[in-house]
Design a binder for this molecule. Structure first.
Ligand code: NAD
Length: 452
């Protein structure tokens, strides 16, 4: 990982004064989760009076949070949860929006703003849909305005969903916590009340068995470590050439290593056989392995195009079918249900020069998860994608210094994310509490300013 000297400098007393005086980006030290951390420290203010907001307040109180309806003018605020449950027309929004706006100057560093509203697509009333879409626009813009490592995200609830459902609580907790440090300007859609809250929030994946492809290094190794930290047993998969590093990662997480090239026809069968033999079950699949072979389309050759499509999307389509057809992964009696998460990329959303092959594969991942959610639902499971933006890895450390420096600053948090930030979002999506969210692509990009 390349050192981010600018962020280190900007977080010294002198650096803070200089960057402010010159109007330069001011990347803050982000609040990241460690086991045992409180969800969030300081007052959490509920904005919006409705039955839904009372139910949400009840949930937050269950976690011993300092939940308030009002704070004093000098008090610091850790989070604002703005519940827009009764927004029937854009004209209804102003009271709650202005109340939210009035709290922003009192936010602590790494504060959270979470808007909660009903799915715009679930109403045919033009005024109601306009109001709901309006909250989306407001949330995205507010995320750009947050300071000192603060983030703003939205929680979109299915029309008739009980706001006290575990799936809503799980999403709220993720967004309030340090697990979502590099997630901003995003929306979590919760479509069902399915899901259970863990007895122990420091081990939500206890008793689960997870396979992570491309686990020998980078984001995959971080995913393996994070799932293990959260209680899962991990099968670390990578190509034979990465065998030594793979064994190291597997040992670090007290897991097992399996050398498989995921483009081989029998890759999924070999993973299932390994899971059966070592653990007798398989609950979670994380398709992380991915490659880039960049070239302008005018200079593209079959080797570059085909290899990227084969590793990044074709292998996943083939493997998912085998996993879903297997008893081991698709046990319908399981209360939690199988979980799949795939790595997409912001290139698959916004496009990127020189990456037609990569963007096609990653946009393909986004399409695959939205289409496959019905297949997973039939097995009480979920499938989602995570789209990282600029993440500090060996891959991005090889970028020319100037390009890397620009890429780092081009998001609302003015810094690159860490592999752990991507891993935290994946750990949330595969957790029992996230059972109500499927077919979604969540960006972990600090709200990239360019493209998407
Ligand atoms: P990386 O190159 O550091 O690691 C990828 C791993 O996948 C390697 O260990 C590699 O050996 C393995 N792999 C490649 N082909 C394989 C195959 N056929 N079978 C099994 N394993 C294989 O990459 P990374 O930066 O850690 O990225 C991980 C994922 O995140 C990729 O899907 C990538 O496209 C995606 N992503 C990364 C970034 C970023 O900024 N680093 C941004 C967006 C998306």
């Amino acid at each position: 990982m390349a050192k981010d000297s600018y962020t280190e400098f900007a977080n010294t007393g002198f650096g803070r004064r200089i960057t402010k005086a010159l109007g330069l980006p001011q990347p803050a030290k982000l609040r990241r989760y460690s086991p045992g951390d409180p969800v969030i420290e300081g007052p959490v203010v509920l904005v919006g009076q409705s039955e839904a907001s009372d139910l949400i307040a009840g949930r937050l109180l269950d976690w011993d949070l300092d939940v308030r309806r009002h704070v004093g003018p000098k008090e610091k605020v850790a989070a604002v949860v703005a519940v827009f449950d009764s927004a029937h027309s854009p004209a209804n929004l102003s009271e709650s929006v202005l109340e939210l706006g009035g709290l922003l100057k009192q936010l602590k560093p790494s504060a959270r703003v979470i808007t909660v509203f009903r799915n715009p697509d679930h109403t045919e009333d033009p005024a109601a849909r306009a109001a709901r879409k309006g909250i989306e626009g407001l949330t995205r813009s507010l995320a750009h305005e947050m300071r000192a490592g603060g983030t703003a995200n939205g929680l979109i609830l299915h029309e008739n969903l009980d706001p006290a459902a575990p799936s809503v609580a799980g999403a709220l907790r993720f967004l309030l916590s340090g697990r979502s440090a590099f997630v901003s300007g995003q929306f979590i859609t919760v479509d069902s009340v399915n899901g259970t809250l863990p007895e122990d929030w420091s081990a939500p994946l206890r008793n689960q068995v997870a396979v992570v492809t491309g686990a020998a290094r980078g984001i995959g190794a971080a995913i393996a470590r994070t799932l293990h930290r959260d209680g899962a047993q991990v099968i670390a998969v990578d190509i034979p050439a990465a065998g030594e590093q793979l064994t190291q990662v597997a040992n670090q997480v007290s897991g097992t290593a399996l050398q498989v090239d995921i483009t081989e026809q029998d890759a999924a069968e070999r993973i299932l056989a390994h899971a059966e033999q070592h653990y007798g079950r398989l609950d979670i699949v994380v398709h992380n392995a991915g490659i880039t072979r960049d070239k302008l389309l005018a200079n593209m050759d079959a080797g570059r195009w085909d290899s990227v499509i084969a590793v990044n999307i074709e292998s996943q389509l083939r493997m998912n079918q085998v996993f879903l057809d297997s008893e081991l992964f698709s046990r319908t009696e399981s209360t939690v249900g199988p979980r799949i998460v795939s790595l997409a990329s912001t290139s698959g959303i916004a496009g990127n020069r020189g990456q037609t092959n990569y963007a096609a594969s990653k946009a393909g991942v986004i399409g695959m998860v939205s289409a496959a959610s019905a297949q997973l639902a039939a097995r009480h499971g979920t499938i989602n994608a995570v789209a990282p933006g600029f993440i500090e890895t060996e891959m991005t450390a090889k970028m020319p210094m100037a390009t890397r420096e620009v890429a780092r600053r081009l998001n609302s948090l003015s810094q690159g994310g860490r592999p752990e930030d991507v891993a935290e979002t994946i750990a949330y999506l595969v957790s029992p509490a996230a059972a109500g969210t499927s077919g979604l692509t969540m960006r972990v990009c600090g709200q990239n300013l360019v493209g998407a």
